[in-house]
Design a protein around this ligand. Sequence first.
Ligand SMILES: Nc1nc2c(ncn2[C@@H]2O[C@H](COP(=O)(O)OP(=O)(O)OP(=O)(O)O)[C@@H](O)[C@H]2O)c(=O)[nH]1
Ligand SMILES: [Mg+2]
Length: 449
Amino acid sequence: MLTDVIAALATPGGRSAIALIRVSGSRAHDVAATVIEGFRPEPLRTAHLSTVIDPTSGERLDEVLYTAYKGPSSYTGEDMVEISTHGGLLVPAEVLAAFLGAGARQALRGEFTRRALVNGKLDLLQAEAIGDLIDASAPAQRRAAMSQLDRGLSLRIGKLRDQVLELEALCCYEIDFPEEDSGPVPPERIQIAIDDLSGSLERLLATAVEGERLQEGALCVIAGRPNVGKSSLFNALLGSDRAIVTDVPGTTRDAIEAPLVCEGFPFRLVDTAGLRDSDDTVERMGIEVSQRYLSGADVIILCVEAGTPLNNDERSFRAESQVPVIVVRTKADLMVDPGESGCGDEVLASALDGTGLEVVRSRLAAIMFAGLGVRGDIEPLVTRARHRLSLQQARNEIRSFEGARRAGVDIVVAGTHLRAAVTALDDVIGVVTTEDVLDRVFGSFCVGK
Ligand SMILES: Nc1nc2c(ncn2[C@@H]2O[C@H](COP(=O)(O)OP(=O)(O)OP(=O)(O)O)[C@@H](O)[C@H]2O)c(=O)[nH]1
Ligand SMILES: [Mg+2]
């Protein structure tokens, strides 16, 4: 297939030692030959030292290293050239302009990976994983993205797809031999196949809550009465003075959000205005913002000063919360008798001397990502609503198939649910051909005719 030549800067603009420009398309090598002095692709995948010349002015723009790739053995599957130029704002822009002047077109967002997908170098899940890897801010996100790039989830979904096709094949067998009253396939065998499949789908779907949380970062909201030390705790956990701290109750008026990594897991930590009845308009608005954040929180840190018993509001807040609440007893350094506070699962902490901060971090990681810790790297994760919705669709189709079978619906009609399940699974990774089903029917059953 003939494709136009696209080019783009693959590194961010700004002062840097080097920058990388990528060029891809059927005539990528021809375009490169117009701009790079003495360009020759061979030996492929080898760095060559040369000079980039402006095709219109003939001016030497930069000394570069270039590497040529021949399709399909390249990232996009097309002929490609990667050029390492010197960094900074001007040089990479001028070299890129030279390529555009020589017939390349500025690539669109994600167009290289999109071509890789079209050319079968990657499936959709792997393409998403590349985006996730680039966006990762916590090691656990990187691990999940790497596993998805290694086709962890693709293979798992491929296996589910195989199971559905297997089931379909069993049913096709019933269609082929209608004269045999009970059918050649014992109904128990079909039921076992259905149960196995449903079980596998449920297990995978069970990873979605924490998987999607891993993708987004768990929303952790710090709440409590004014002046209890919420902003101080926020700053201490982040290790930087992001929020203003004063001894005036009602200091924080707006919610402040910042990314935080706890034991390798991503969080979005939010400091909020202290909760109380206030006549001050701005403070009241701040409290409303706090309430909104609280209603969307995955986990809440409720700050209460050490040595002070929880009041009724705090007790009912903890009891009625829909999400886990970690009670943090603040200002532990001011306590006269260290034994007097911090009962049960409450955490004794001080923003001043760092007491308890590690406990808060590990408590957050344990509560929000316990399942991932247990599963380790073995289970692939469902990290997007897109995956989850398709998997739920597949599961619903399997349920409908089971229901239809029980109700004695004709197997050909019931079988349409299996087709729909395959389509739903294919939506997650890629393309489907009905040839697959036929291959499986005759391949795994050895009918002999
Ligand atoms: N000794 C000690 N003082 C603290 C600690 N944490 C906070 N404080 C002090 O308590 C006061 C209030 O702290 P903030 O962090 O502003 O409290 P807040 O809960 O954010 O208050 P509002 O934003 O007004 O709701 C300040 O004077 C802090 O210096 C701590 O761990 N130890
Ligand atoms: Mg504050």
